[in-house]
Design a protein around this ligand. Sequence first.
Ligand code: PLP
Length: 354
Amino acid sequence: MSSPFWSDIVARLDPYVPGEQPKLANLTKLNTNENPYGPSPRVLEAIAGELGDSLRLYPDPSGTLLRQAVADYYGVDLAQVFLGNGSDEVLAHIFQALLKHEEPVLFPDITYSFYPVYCGLYQVDYQRIPLGSDYRIQVADYLCSNGGIIFPNPNAPTGILLSLPEIEWLLKKNQRSVLIVDEAYIDFGGETAVSLVGRYPNLLVTQTLSKSRSLAGLRIGFAIGDVALIEALERVKNSFNSYPLSRLAIVGGAAAFADEDYFREVCEQVVRSRETLASGLKSLGFEVLPSSANFLLATCPSRDAVELAARLREKGIIVRHFRQPRIEQFLRITIGTTEQNRRLLDVLVELLKQ
Ligand SMILES: *Cc1c(COP(=O)(O)O)cnc(C)c1O
């Protein structure tokens, strides 16, 4: 469809397509990397405490309660933290505020598929840098002149982690543009690059409460970086939406950072389940990329991936497939509860017999 009323930019957009959120209950939903466990009870209490007359008032436009919680957790200044309505919104502001230059932005050929969409929306040129044959990001391939570099760490949808020394090496070699490290999955076994922020004014780290803190439904993301980078994001945000986080999100998010024990327990359980599921899949003949995230990217040499995903769906299990060169024979499987992972393996055993 198109219309003469559309702007040229809208006519040319190729929007991101999120994973399915099925209306049916009882599906084993392993397709959008949500946490299989609920948020901390303290988050629910905090949100319940905010339900009342105060909802008639606008929230704090800069979400100071939550920003301070993030700043304290990472040992940075309040002025080094930016909040958004999910890290997707934070990323959108980053593309508009910091990546619009003469040179193209660099990101991997296999990566978060929202990056090229933001480039389309904000008219940012980009260049895809191929991952190595082992699906790893090779930092030495990012030294050409550029208008910024962005990748998730661990990368998505491969799940493969880049070490902190590799990121620091790239920061040393690339001082003329911003490096954005999208740490949506860092809490499942990686080491955050926030510790480098004080030394590299061109480093911006983004994170989300959607995955490791079980709050995809609340929509909270943040960025940590040099005050000048944060100020650029504030300028865009205050030209777009003064109140990106609701009152419920601000108190719920702050409570999530206050419950460190619950957070650690959930992350450790997901990591244990990941290793069990990876060995289970390998013993069924799957090739599984080494993941440091809450999902696995895996391929079954004897079955077509689209076909296998369709068979799984018939059995009530949904996983994600990307129609994309190099990974079209892979499935991305979110780590579920112990029972969900068991069920996936049981169903696969049945399907592979046929
Ligand atoms: C899930 C995800 C996001 C977005 O998270 P939200 O905070 O829910 O918007 C950003 N980057 C990557 C790589 C993700 O997988």
